[in-house]
Design a binder for this molecule. Structure first.
Ligand SMILES: Cc1ncc(COP(=O)(O)O)c(C=O)c1O
Length: 386
């Protein structure tokens, strides 16, 4: 570490600026206690990692390849990827991945690989797909067709079949939702593969967007198919969702053979350029590593089971209050009719058309659910009066 004093240090902050920081912290602290609509866990304590914030860390380049840039955490990143390799049942040899800035980057990576492998391929994705995917498709100039969704949020397999059937000359690139944003619906990979088999498609690619459910399904007894052994070629999982982190993060996992096609040696960093961004976060791999080491698989099974119980608790409370709430199997996303704007704003509920959801993340407590249901009941009676 440099022997020179840091340029930015506490004693240089004016009292007014200190006060400003205190105000922002207080605002965040208050908001974090009514945070029910978005899948970002707020239950962590990363204090042992604070000393790492003193270094200009950067995980630039391929985590698996030695680099000239030594102020990095590639070794820790590889251990995180190894854990995800097991969760997603990827082959030990022939697997590759890196820690991303979140689900969006992992999805972009998957579609990028698919398009490089199949330049004339068409991406098929359901109308319940996360909004960022349409932007990714535009950025990558990837040919694409949106497929209808079934009422619960899964892709409509008949529409998928009919749509691919008229374009059998180009490889289908399936963007499968392993847990949709609004309802947590899981596209059935077996049915998707059956569609491809029925149409005798010789070459295809399946990318799985498992932003939230990628850290749920490995820890339940009867998961829907979602892994490499179920036929996916790449997977994106968010780290700041189920694991929880103050910095957005995630993993992109893919088959090594596909990644080798896009790898480029770069003398400047003395390693391979296989990732989307150049400079990469070296702190978030530490956070994911710490979370995985402190909880282990058994810990995450307990965490996920508690979330499922909390989701059921919310459904039971809502139904008892006459609110039509439901969830999909193995999902912690509780769907209910869209309430008025005051309730949406108070509990930071995500809404789409006529539905809203609560996501029973690890930080959600019974008192939150109780207070939300009371607000929903009040909201409904006020609506009746207006
Ligand atoms: C299904 C799905 N895919 C992708 C994303 C985007 O992930 P991120 O916010 O980590 O970039 C989300 C975010 O909620 C999501 O729900």
């Amino acid at each position: 570490m440099s022997r020179l004093p840091p340029l930015y240090r506490p004693e240089l902050l004016s009292p007014a600026d200190r006060e400003r920081l205190a105000q922002v912290l207080a605002r965040i602290d208050e908001a974090a206690d009514r945070f029910l609509g978005y899948p970002c866990s707020g239950r962590f304590d990363y204090t042992p990692l604070y000393p790492f914030l003193r270094y200009p860390l950067n995980n630039v380049g391929d985590p698996f390849v030695p680099t000239t840039f030594a102020v990095q955490t590639h070794d820790i990143e590889v251990e995180v990827l190894e854990a995800f390799r097991e969760f997603t049942r990827a082959p030990r040899d022939g697997f590759w991945g890196y820690v991303t800035n979140g689900g969006t980057e992992g999805n972009m990576y998957g579609i990028y690989l698919a398009r490089e492998l199949h330049p004339d391929g068409v991406v098929y994705y359901s109308e319940d797909t996360h909004y960022s995917v349409a932007k990714i498709l535009r950025l990558l100039h990837a040919r694409n067709i949106m497929i209808r969704s079934l009422p619960g949020g899964e892709i409509d397999y008949e529409d998928l079949h009919a749509t691919i059937a008229v374009r059998r000359d180009v490889p289908p690139i399936i963007f499968a939702n392993i847990g949709t944003t609004m309802t947590g619906a899981v596209d059935d990979l077996a049915r998707i593969r059956a569609v491809l088999a029925d149409l005798a498609i010789p070459a295809s690619y399946i990318h799985a967007d498992a932003a939230l459910s990628g850290m749920i399904l490995p820890f339940v007894d009867d998961p829907q198919p979602f892994g490499f052994d179920d036929g996916v070629d790449s997977i994106a999982i968010s780290g700041h969702k189920m694991i929880g982190a103050p910095i957005p993060c995630g993993v992109a996992l893919a088959r090594r053979a596909a990644v080798d096609r896009i790898a480029r040696a770069v003398e400047y960093i003395g390693t391979l350029d296989t990732t989307l961004s150049g400079s990469r976060n070296a702190i978030t791999p530490l956070m994911m590593w710490y979370a995985l080491r402190t909880q282990g698989t058994a810990g995450f099974r307990t965490i996920v089971a508690r979330c499922m119980d909390m989701a059921d608790n919310a459904i039971a409370r809502m139904r008892a209050a006459g609110i039509d709430a439901w969830r999909h199997r193995n999902s912690i996303t509780v769907v209910f009719p869209r309430p008025g704007p005051a309730v949406i704003a108070r509990w930071q509920l995500a809404v789409h058309r006529d539905i809203a959801h609560l996501i029973a993340m690890p930080h959600v407590e019974e008192r939150h659910v109780e207070a939300l249901v009371a607000d929903l009941v009040r909201d409904r009676s006020q609506e009746g009066k207006s």
